[in-house]
Design a protein around this ligand. Sequence first.
Ligand code: BGC
Length: 442
Amino acid sequence: MPEGTYYFPEGFLWGTATAAHQVEGRNPNNTWTAWEQEEGRIINGQTSGLACDWWGGRWREDFDRAQATFQNAHRLSIAWSRIQPTPDRWEETALDYYREMLIGLHSRNIVPMVTLHHFSEPLWVAELGGWENPDIIDLFAAFVEKAVEALSPYCKLWVTINEPDVFALSAYVEGLFPPGKKDLKAAYQVMNHMVRAHAKAYAVIHEIQPEAQVGLAYHYRHFRPAGWLPMDRWMAGLFHTIFNNLFPRTLKDGVFNAVVKKDRIPEAIGTQDFIGLNYYSSDLIRFNLLAKSRMFTTMSFPKDALLSENGFIASQPAGMEACVRWGRQFGKPIYITENGVEDSTDEMRPRYILEHLQALWRAINDNAPVLGYFHWSLVDNFEWERGWTQRFGLWGLDLETQKRIRRPSVDLYAEICRLNGISSEMVERYAPAALPELFPPA
Ligand code: BGC
């Protein structure tokens, strides 16, 4: 068997990613907390509850875990609803708490990346119409100003918005996230306002902190036609244009091109210093005249792909390489801001991690400017409408006791972070089935 190591560039960031609502627990003025109370919204009626109890202080022990396992970066988000619980109130104690968390990361030699919007808002914002109301552009900018004023001494890497594509689709087309709409016109408006809000936030952040690095985290899906029919190919292209390209292209040329409708947003041009990419899986697209409510499309995974526990993710590492190649067109440094798999037994995760990192290495070896990788996630957390049925943590979480469960992937990822690479010997120990593919015989 060939032996070797795929090394990553010097100074590469190795971390994990989390989001406020998914880990903090007890978040009273938030759209998701309210949504969880509504019948039928979350699988099995589950709620975020205490989540990982970070608001109760357990971030300390989880950051200790990250440090002890050689992670040197962490991406977290802050909750707008805690910092501005009502329109006329800024909650300084919440800002103090986040400040303490960021100092806590620095003291553990972990570089923070902070996301300012990750799928949730204060209730009062939703009552005003949320992202459908253009007022949100200024409201979001005011929140960003307040938060960045307070936290910029401790953070230089900012993600304004997490996955605008998933947010617009899930909240305004599929009806799975609050406000639960199925309205393409509203989705168009939401995306349009998100571009404008991002552009304004970008300017606000740079005004306060000229050396800041500001980007978004895009969810990239690699869409391929399921068959040879021209309509399948056309549909796959359409999904790519709207889901993947719409937002970042507008930041490049100022044209917000949603195919059926166009707009100009010149102030968005040049408003990203890096590209954040969340990559999980890829889809086959088939045109289906009967699927009107799904935009005449059936999506599937390739028949031979390894599927995650609930079938939510198919392991398709080639998509990681495609994702980075796509991200390169914007001419900015790239961070993989999320990548991971739901797997409570850790049967699939080690192999998934190794295969995706090798695909990432291939892209880097081809000169892609990738600066870091954040695994989703540090510890199992609340998976939105899927509740607690999906477990993405390196560490598992026992919800009853708040105990963390050390999965084998913890040790694998620790070895990767320490070595700054993946070795044949690691693959042999953690995922021998992947050996012929990752280290093929000569
Ligand atoms: C989201 C995370 C989520 C993850 C896994 C991403 O789309 O940004 O919040 O937990 O997927 O479902």
